[in-house]
Design a protein around this ligand. Structure first.
Ligand code: MTE
Ligand code: MO
Length: 334
């Protein structure tokens, strides 16, 4: 039955009709509908399904095991199907090993992820050089299933293993004057053939505002799919900032510097009109050369047959991070 709303003339179903409509759907449709709501939302069947998925992430059996307990951080486990390990480890952006998507998987064998140290510098009370083993022990490992969306318009769903970057930030005690964190990644021509090309002003540098670096979703990742990171995905440690375009997630970190000035990031230096400092996923702000309204999930077909998904504001993490940007003009600070 349809009633006419006297105020605007539009037809609305009666509230009593809505419940039977939901009941007609089979459970699969219901799960899909619930999953589309992303994190927060419905915590019944879909919620249980996500936990089951988190517990059942299969280990590819290629690299050393690195298990993590299921994360309890809000929004840290999406209910969407995982991208296959093969896709996640063979379709990569890691320009230090070449600019084709298949280059990193074939060329990153020369990267030596051990021994490895990360230096922490700048406006902190406890600067120093941290050995990888010390970083691995700093906080319990968690498994987090995040969407990662590239500025080029593709996305993946990957079970990362790591802990909140905030654990490391708190351990080194930033000073009150520290407003930003700069992330510098490895640039060693002996290990990285791509450095011969002047695509970027090496080393690859990224940055976050302090509150972004402290947000619990910002992950310092050491592994994926229950194992240590493959070289092409940024071994031995990288950032994963799920609400920003993929390039903000720097790979193979060697230096973390706390500063009072906005860091000059590699992509912003290369093309300032195309890549801003914030680079929050935003379907409403186009890249100057293409729209950001939709995306292709890797593994869901390609070319003319690719299914396009609607890109979500902040990549679907708006409930968790939206308030970090309240009052900011996101067209100006893109
Ligand atoms: N050092 C470094 N980090 C990097 C990149 C890079 O070229 N060099 N590419 C970025 C981009 S553009 C994306 S989309 C993600 C891709 O991560 P993935 O290969 O694990 O999916 O890594 C980011 N981190
Ligand atoms: Mo990207």
């Amino acid at each position: 039955m349809i009633i006419r709303n006297r105020d605007n003339g539009f037809n609305h179903p009666l509230p009593s009709e809505i419940t039977p409509q939901v009941a007609y759907r089979n459970r699969r449709q219901w799960l899909l509908a619930a999953a589309a709501l992303g994190g927060g939302g419905i915590a019944t069947w879909a919620g249980r399904n996500a936990w089951a998925q988190a517990a059942a992430v299969p280990r590819p059996g290629k690299l050393a095991a690195l298990p993590g307990r299921r994360s309890t951080v809000a929004g840290a486990v999406t209910m969407e199907a995982l991208t296959s390990y093969d896709d996640a480890s063979s379709y990569n952006n890691y320009y230090e090993f070449g600019t084709d998507k298949s280059d990193p998987a074939s060329a990153a064998g020369t990267l030596r992820p051990r021994p490895w140290t990360v230096s922490v510098e700048g406006l902190v009370n406890k600067p120093g050089t941290f050995d990888l083993d010390a970083l691995l022990k700093l906080s319990p490992m968690e498994e987090r299933i995040y969407r990662l969306r590239c500025v080029e318009g593709w996305s993946m769903v990957i079970p990362w293993v790591g802990y909140s970057l905030s654990e490391l930030v708190k351990a080194v005690q930033p000073q009150g004057s520290a407003k930003y964190v700069e992330f510098v990644t490895l640039a060693d021509p002996k290990q990285m053939p791509g450095l011969r090309a002047n695509v970027l002003d090496w080393p690859y540098v990224e940055g976050l505002r302090m509150d972004e670096a402290l947000h619990p979703l910002t992950l310092l990742a050491f592994g994926m799919y229950g194992e240590v990171l493959p070289n092409q995905n940024g071994a031995p440690l990288r950032l994963v900032v799920p609400w920003k375009y993929g390039f903000k997630s720097g790979k193979s970190l060697v230096k973390i510097r706390f500063t009072d000035k906005e860091p000059r990031t590699a992509w912003n230096v290369a093309a300032p009109q195309e890549y801003g400092f914030y680079s929050n996923v935003n379907p409403e702000v186009s890249h100057p050369r293409w729209s950001q309204a939709t995306e292709r999930r890797i593994g869901e077909g390609s070319g003319l047959f690719a299914k396009r998904r609607q890109t979500q504001m902040f990549n679907g993490y708006e409930p968790q991070v939206g308030q970090l940007y309240s009052g900011m003009d996101l067209r100006k600070f893109f």
